[in-house]
Design a protein around this ligand. Sequence first.
Ligand SMILES: Nc1ncnc2c1ncn2[C@@H]1O[C@H](COP(=O)(O)OP(=O)(O)OP(=O)(O)O)[C@@H](O)[C@H]1O
Ligand SMILES: Nc1nc(=O)c2ncn([C@H]3C[C@H](O)[C@@H](CO)O3)c2[nH]1
Length: 228
Amino acid sequence: MTVIVLSGPIGAGKSSLTSILSKYLGTEPFYESVDDNPVLPLFYADPKKYAFLLQVYFLNTRFHSIKAALTQGNNVLDRSIYEDALFFQMNADIGRATKEEVDTYYELLHNMMDELERMPKKSPDLLVHINVSYDTMIKRIKKRGRPYEQLSYDSTLEDYYKRLLRYYKPWYEKYDYSEKMVIDGDKYDFMAREEDREIVLNQIVDKLKSMGKLPMDWDKQTDIQIEA
Ligand SMILES: Nc1ncnc2c1ncn2[C@@H]1O[C@H](COP(=O)(O)OP(=O)(O)OP(=O)(O)O)[C@@H](O)[C@H]1O
Ligand SMILES: Nc1nc(=O)c2ncn([C@H]3C[C@H](O)[C@@H](CO)O3)c2[nH]1
């Protein structure tokens, strides 16, 4: 059984690659619910008021997904519990959480991570991190078009997104719950270009093979339908 988690900044392409990769490997995708998240638009409208509530919302849904993924078998998650603290710490650092909220959040997080430690399978097999520059991130956010994520919605989002990118580098370096690898999200347009898609999928398959997580004679699923 192989559990793969994706990571990367907003709009990096995690959901897109999750869909492609799960079809290619013939495994189950797990998507973070965004459009039916009732707190997300509230957060973008008033970040200081809703940062803690949003984080508890995400932490709860991420805990459910990682538990299900670790129990159910072969799957790919488009974002995992391991990025939760990165977001909350960044929001706390810019004054969007009280000391009590920070303390409560970390107690809750540690409690949840302790629960995962008790599971027969404790962590994923592989983290696939999508690296993107600020310009790519903004291009993709525009392309996807969620109104509250646009720079025109709130001019402070430029700083927020740039800061988020800065937090990812040390986060990735420190991450040690599983094997890990980076995909160059600036270089490869795995949505529109079939040859780029092949390169990215081969990078992941090679990594899985080197870890002994795919048989050497494993054969890919062909005919992947891409939904833009
Ligand atoms: N490598 C890529 N090349 C070109 N376009 C891409 C690429 N990856 C994603 N996109 C496009 O960028 C947009 C954002 O992608 P996606 O929703 O997969 O990002 P995400 O990382 O899951 O975002 P979020 O963190 O907000 O959930 C989509 O419109 C998608 O079609
Ligand atoms: N504050 C905050 N904490 C999180 O853990 C978190 N995870 C995702 N997001 C935001 C980014 C995208 O707008 C959108 C989809 O990823 O949700 C988050 N925001």
